[in-house]
Write a protein of this length. Sequence first.
Lengths: 117, 111
Amino acid sequence: EPEVTQTPSHQVTQMGQEVILRCVPISNHLYFYWYRQILGQKVEFLVSFYNNEISEKSEIFDDQFSVERPDGSNFTLKIRSTKLEDSAMYFCASRASFGQGKADTQYFGPGTRLTVL
Amino acid sequence: GEDVEQSLFLSVREGDSSVINCTYTDSSSTYLYWYKQEPGAGLQLLTYIFSNMDMKQDQRLTVLLNKKDKHLSLRIADTQTGDSAIYFCAEEGAGSYQLTFGKGTKLSVIP
Protein backbone atom coordinates (compact mmCIF):
# COMPACT_ATOMS: atom_id res chain seq x y z
CA GLU A 1 0.00 0.00 0.00
CA PRO A 2 1.42 3.44 -0.89
CA GLU A 3 2.48 5.55 2.06
CA VAL A 4 3.83 8.95 2.96
CA THR A 5 7.47 8.88 4.05
CA GLN A 6 9.41 11.44 6.04
CA THR A 7 13.09 12.02 6.72
CA PRO A 8 14.82 12.23 9.07
CA SER A 9 12.90 10.44 11.79
CA HIS A 10 14.66 12.55 14.41
CA GLN A 11 16.48 15.85 13.99
CA VAL A 12 18.43 17.59 16.73
CA THR A 13 19.52 21.17 16.13
CA GLN A 14 20.83 24.19 17.96
CA MET A 15 18.60 27.20 18.51
CA GLY A 16 18.97 29.65 15.65
CA GLN A 17 19.92 27.03 13.08
CA GLU A 18 17.96 26.31 9.92
CA VAL A 19 16.33 22.92 9.48
CA ILE A 20 14.67 21.28 6.50
CA LEU A 21 12.21 18.48 7.05
CA ARG A 22 11.54 16.27 4.08
CA CYS A 23 8.47 14.39 2.98
CA VAL A 24 7.66 12.19 0.02
CA PRO A 25 3.87 12.22 -0.46
CA ILE A 26 1.94 9.44 -2.13
CA SER A 27 2.72 9.66 -5.82
CA ASN A 28 -0.64 10.57 -7.36
CA HIS A 29 -1.67 12.95 -4.59
CA LEU A 30 -2.21 16.63 -5.27
CA TYR A 31 -2.65 18.25 -1.87
CA PHE A 32 0.08 18.40 0.73
CA TYR A 33 0.07 19.42 4.38
CA TRP A 34 2.28 19.96 7.37
CA TYR A 35 1.06 19.56 10.94
CA ARG A 36 2.92 19.60 14.20
CA GLN A 37 2.36 18.06 17.61
CA ILE A 38 4.11 19.49 20.62
CA LEU A 39 4.62 16.74 23.18
CA GLY A 40 1.37 15.97 24.99
CA GLN A 41 -0.64 18.48 22.99
CA LYS A 42 -2.99 18.54 20.03
CA VAL A 43 -1.96 17.97 16.46
CA GLU A 44 -1.99 21.46 14.93
CA PHE A 45 -2.36 22.44 11.30
CA LEU A 46 0.51 24.48 9.86
CA VAL A 47 0.03 24.78 6.12
CA SER A 48 -1.56 23.27 3.05
CA PHE A 49 -0.09 23.34 -0.45
CA TYR A 50 -1.66 22.77 -3.84
CA ASN A 51 -0.62 23.52 -7.39
CA ASN A 52 2.76 24.84 -6.23
CA GLU A 53 1.41 27.39 -3.84
CA ILE A 54 0.19 27.71 -0.28
CA SER A 55 -3.59 27.22 -0.04
CA GLU A 56 -4.03 27.91 3.63
CA LYS A 57 -1.81 28.53 6.62
CA SER A 58 -2.27 28.89 10.37
CA GLU A 59 -1.04 31.59 12.72
CA ILE A 60 1.83 29.30 13.69
CA PHE A 61 3.17 29.39 10.14
CA ASP A 62 4.98 32.73 10.33
CA ASP A 63 7.86 34.15 8.29
CA GLN A 64 10.27 31.66 9.83
CA PHE A 65 8.52 28.83 8.02
CA SER A 66 8.45 28.04 4.33
CA VAL A 67 7.40 25.11 2.18
CA GLU A 68 8.56 23.97 -1.18
CA ARG A 69 8.02 21.22 -3.68
CA PRO A 70 11.43 21.33 -5.34
CA ASP A 71 10.79 18.41 -7.69
CA GLY A 72 7.98 16.04 -8.55
CA SER A 73 8.31 13.94 -5.43
CA ASN A 74 9.57 15.85 -2.40
CA PHE A 75 7.70 18.30 -0.20
CA THR A 76 9.82 20.20 2.32
CA LEU A 77 9.26 22.33 5.39
CA LYS A 78 12.02 24.79 6.23
CA ILE A 79 12.39 26.56 9.54
CA ARG A 80 14.88 29.39 9.07
CA SER A 81 15.97 30.13 12.62
CA THR A 82 14.74 27.51 15.05
CA LYS A 83 13.47 28.38 18.50
CA LEU A 84 13.15 26.16 21.54
CA GLU A 85 9.38 26.17 21.13
CA ASP A 86 9.70 24.67 17.64
CA SER A 87 10.54 21.35 19.30
CA ALA A 88 7.72 19.04 18.25
CA MET A 89 6.77 16.12 16.05
CA TYR A 90 6.15 17.34 12.51
CA PHE A 91 3.77 15.35 10.36
CA CYS A 92 3.44 15.56 6.62
CA ALA A 93 0.18 14.48 4.99
CA SER A 94 -1.06 14.16 1.44
CA ARG A 95 -4.42 13.79 -0.19
CA ALA A 96 -5.51 12.68 -3.65
CA SER A 97 -8.26 15.17 -4.28
CA PHE A 98 -10.70 17.35 -2.47
CA GLY A 99 -14.45 17.30 -2.26
CA GLN A 100 -16.62 15.90 -5.02
CA GLY A 101 -18.85 14.18 -2.52
CA LYS A 102 -16.47 11.58 -1.19
CA ALA A 103 -13.83 11.57 1.45
CA ASP A 104 -10.37 11.70 -0.01
CA THR A 105 -8.66 11.52 3.28
CA GLN A 106 -5.35 12.85 4.38
CA TYR A 107 -2.70 10.17 4.75
CA PHE A 108 -0.07 10.96 7.32
CA GLY A 109 3.60 10.14 7.40
CA PRO A 110 5.34 8.74 10.49
CA GLY A 111 6.61 12.16 11.53
CA THR A 112 9.95 13.84 12.20
CA ARG A 113 10.77 14.56 15.81
CA LEU A 114 12.54 17.93 15.94
CA THR A 115 14.49 18.74 19.08
CA VAL A 116 15.84 22.27 19.41
CA LEU A 117 18.55 22.71 22.05
CA GLY B 1 -11.71 29.25 16.07
CA GLU B 2 -13.06 25.76 15.72
CA ASP B 3 -12.52 23.34 18.58
CA VAL B 4 -12.62 19.61 19.14
CA GLU B 5 -12.79 18.14 22.64
CA GLN B 6 -12.17 14.62 23.87
CA SER B 7 -11.74 13.01 27.26
CA LEU B 8 -8.06 12.28 27.84
CA PHE B 9 -8.09 8.75 29.23
CA LEU B 10 -10.11 5.56 28.96
CA SER B 11 -9.35 2.22 30.54
CA VAL B 12 -11.18 -0.99 29.60
CA ARG B 13 -10.75 -4.70 30.12
CA GLU B 14 -9.77 -6.91 27.23
CA GLY B 15 -12.85 -8.25 25.48
CA ASP B 16 -15.09 -5.37 26.58
CA SER B 17 -16.30 -2.60 24.29
CA SER B 18 -14.61 0.79 24.32
CA VAL B 19 -16.47 4.00 23.58
CA ILE B 20 -14.47 7.13 22.88
CA ASN B 21 -16.39 10.37 22.70
CA CYS B 22 -15.71 13.64 20.94
CA THR B 23 -17.50 16.96 20.63
CA TYR B 24 -16.85 19.64 18.06
CA THR B 25 -17.99 23.18 17.46
CA ASP B 26 -17.89 23.64 13.69
CA SER B 27 -21.45 23.32 12.43
CA SER B 28 -20.18 23.27 8.85
CA SER B 29 -18.08 20.13 9.38
CA THR B 30 -18.28 17.92 6.33
CA TYR B 31 -16.18 14.96 7.40
CA LEU B 32 -15.20 13.65 10.80
CA TYR B 33 -12.31 11.30 11.30
CA TRP B 34 -10.80 8.95 13.82
CA TYR B 35 -7.04 8.48 13.79
CA LYS B 36 -4.99 6.08 15.89
CA GLN B 37 -1.50 6.84 17.13
CA GLU B 38 0.64 4.13 18.66
CA PRO B 39 3.69 5.12 20.74
CA GLY B 40 6.35 6.76 18.60
CA ALA B 41 4.33 6.25 15.43
CA GLY B 42 2.40 8.43 13.02
CA LEU B 43 -1.31 8.94 12.61
CA GLN B 44 -3.17 5.98 11.18
CA LEU B 45 -6.59 6.69 9.70
CA LEU B 46 -9.10 4.31 11.28
CA THR B 47 -12.37 5.47 9.84
CA TYR B 48 -14.34 8.53 8.84
CA ILE B 49 -17.95 9.57 8.53
CA PHE B 50 -19.62 12.07 6.26
CA SER B 51 -21.76 14.64 8.06
CA ASN B 52 -25.02 13.47 6.46
CA MET B 53 -24.64 10.01 8.00
CA ASP B 54 -25.66 8.93 11.50
CA MET B 55 -23.70 5.74 11.75
CA LYS B 56 -20.95 3.84 10.05
CA GLN B 57 -19.77 0.34 10.86
CA ASP B 58 -16.46 -1.13 9.81
CA GLN B 59 -15.70 -4.54 11.32
CA ARG B 60 -15.10 -3.93 15.06
CA LEU B 61 -15.49 -0.17 14.70
CA THR B 62 -18.79 1.72 14.91
CA VAL B 63 -18.95 5.47 14.49
CA LEU B 64 -22.00 7.36 15.67
CA LEU B 65 -22.63 10.97 14.72
CA ASN B 66 -25.18 13.24 16.37
CA LYS B 67 -24.97 16.32 14.23
CA LYS B 68 -27.51 18.26 16.27
CA ASP B 69 -25.40 17.89 19.42
CA LYS B 70 -22.10 17.93 17.47
CA HIS B 71 -21.14 14.69 19.13
CA LEU B 72 -19.10 11.90 17.60
CA SER B 73 -18.26 8.56 19.15
CA LEU B 74 -16.08 5.59 18.27
CA ARG B 75 -17.02 2.19 19.60
CA ILE B 76 -14.46 -0.60 19.47
CA ALA B 77 -16.03 -4.01 20.01
CA ASP B 78 -14.08 -6.83 21.68
CA THR B 79 -11.21 -4.52 22.60
CA GLN B 80 -7.78 -6.14 22.37
CA THR B 81 -4.44 -5.20 23.94
CA GLY B 82 -3.29 -4.18 20.47
CA ASP B 83 -5.94 -1.46 20.52
CA SER B 84 -4.02 0.37 23.24
CA ALA B 85 -3.10 3.72 21.68
CA ILE B 86 -4.13 7.35 21.51
CA TYR B 87 -7.25 7.99 19.46
CA PHE B 88 -7.72 11.37 17.83
CA CYS B 89 -10.99 12.81 16.66
CA ALA B 90 -10.63 15.32 13.81
CA GLU B 91 -13.06 17.42 11.83
CA GLU B 92 -12.87 19.07 8.45
CA GLY B 93 -14.96 22.10 7.78
CA ALA B 94 -16.66 22.88 4.50
CA GLY B 95 -14.20 24.33 2.01
CA SER B 96 -11.29 23.98 4.41
CA TYR B 97 -8.05 22.26 3.62
CA GLN B 98 -7.14 21.58 7.22
CA LEU B 99 -8.12 19.11 9.90
CA THR B 100 -8.80 20.28 13.44
CA PHE B 101 -7.81 17.65 15.97
CA GLY B 102 -8.82 16.93 19.53
CA LYS B 103 -6.15 16.32 22.17
CA GLY B 104 -6.57 12.59 21.86
CA THR B 105 -7.93 9.90 24.17
CA LYS B 106 -5.41 7.45 25.55
CA LEU B 107 -7.00 4.01 25.55
CA SER B 108 -5.47 1.50 27.95
CA VAL B 109 -6.58 -2.12 27.64
CA ILE B 110 -6.19 -4.24 30.75
CA PRO B 111 -5.49 -7.93 30.03
